[in-house]
Design a protein around this ligand. Structure first.
Ligand code: HEC
Length: 107
């Protein structure tokens, strides 16, 4: 059931972005905006500006959209070549980054 719900959420996101970019966003636009700003400041150096063309870190657009706990854990505690962000970013900041990663760059 939980899995079905996640699949539904992903499908909803896909169809939402496939249709009108600006109608009924699944997350508050302010939160996505905050995430975009935090991303530009802390993450873009490695993951690429606007999540496009990362040089050597993973492409965050391919990060599984139903693995929020893994995102929070990796970002908070670091992973392999990535430093931990738990001392720099508050949980609210990481939540905003997650909404940015999930919704993608607004057009
Ligand atoms: C110093 C370069 C660097 C910066 C800055 C950086 N990352 Fe990373 N990140 C990496 C690398 C390298 C990996 C691949 C780690 C691996 O090999 O699994 C990665 C992986 C990830 C992953 C995938 C983790 C997983 O579970 O597979 C996420 C999510 C992520 N980064 C998010 C972020 C966010 C959000 C920020 C900004 C707060 C950020 N990164 C900043 C280098 C960086």
């Amino acid at each position: 059931m939980k899995l079905l719900l996640s699949i539904g959420a992903v499908l909803a996101l896909i169809s939402a972005s496939a249709t009108a970019q600006n109608s009924a966003p699944p997350f508050p636009p302010e939160q996505v905006k905050q995430g975009a700003a935090l991303y530009a400041k802390h993450c873009a150096a490695c993951h690429g500006a606007r999540m496009v063309g990362p040089e050597w870190a993973i492409d965050l657009k391919t990060f599984p959209k139903d693995e929020r706990p893994r995102f929070v854990d990796s970002v908070t505690h670091g992973k392999a070549g990535m430093p931990p962000w738990g001392d720099v970013l508050k949980p609210d900041d990481i939540a905003a980054l997650w909404t940015y990663v999930v919704t993608g760059e607004a057009k």
